[in-house]
Design a protein. Structure first.
Length: 205
């Protein structure tokens, strides 16, 4: 596909569309999107992320950033395709790293909240009812002080033990976006927890 974007006829057309797009022409923007979005999604983003929803999130972010910076792009005989690829790879890696960090944080955070998880009677018994109540109150207090959307993500994922896909549907976001929201929620909770109880859950970076 990249070879097609090097075709002289396309480069000439692309340059005209680019000038119109910079001037705010919606039709030109739509034509550029139609040309670049499918190969960017299929050849760059999906192979990196391995998840359709996450790849679609990265695609949206790629074009958002590209449109913001479009006026600064210098054609110089090189297709916009290569510039978009670089932005796309960066956005895909951002999402990939966010998902990986959220997954690493899952274990430590889940251990903290294990006594409160629905149906976890063994953990509750081991903790002791008095300690369990104190933990429940401390967690609730920390959750109450963070962004309501972050609180919803943490409660759904950890206390209600919902899967990532279900959590994403609950928050009405794509799966890749949910991973980012969850990571931010973990960070927000850690700040609140550390402010009152010292060291927070490990690996919630």
């Amino acid at each position: 596909m990249g070879a097609g974007f090097n075709d002289p006829a396309w480069l000439e057309e692309e340059q005209r569309l680019l000038a119109r797009a910079v001037a705010g022409d919606r039709e030109a923007i739509a034509r550029l999107y139609a040309a670049f979005a499918p190969p960017l999604y299929g050849r760059v983003l999906l192979p990196i992320l391995g998840d359709r929803d996450a790849a679609e999130d990265a695609l949206a972010e790629t074009f958002r950033v590209a449109l913001e910076r479009l006026a600064g792009f210098r054609h110089q005989g090189t297709s916009l395709w290569y510039w978009l690829q670089a932005i796309g790879r960066s956005k895909a890696m951002d999402l990939h790293r966010a998902r990986a960090r959220a997954n690493r944080a899952l274990g430590a955070f889940a251990r903290l909240l294990a006594p409160l998880a629905l149906g976890d009677e063994a953990a509750g018994a081991a903790c002791g009812e008095h300690d369990r109540q104190r933990l429940r109150e401390a967690v609730a207090a920390a959750l109450a002080r963070i962004n309501p959307r972050y609180r919803q993500a943490l409660e759904a994922r950890f206390l209600e033990e919902r899967g990532r896909e279900e959590c994403a549907r609950l928050l009405d976001v794509r799966l890749g976006t949910f991973d980012v929201v969850l990571l931010r929620a973990l960070r927000a909770f850690r700040r609140e927890w550390e402010a009152r109880h010292g060291l927070g859950p490990e690996e919630v970076e």
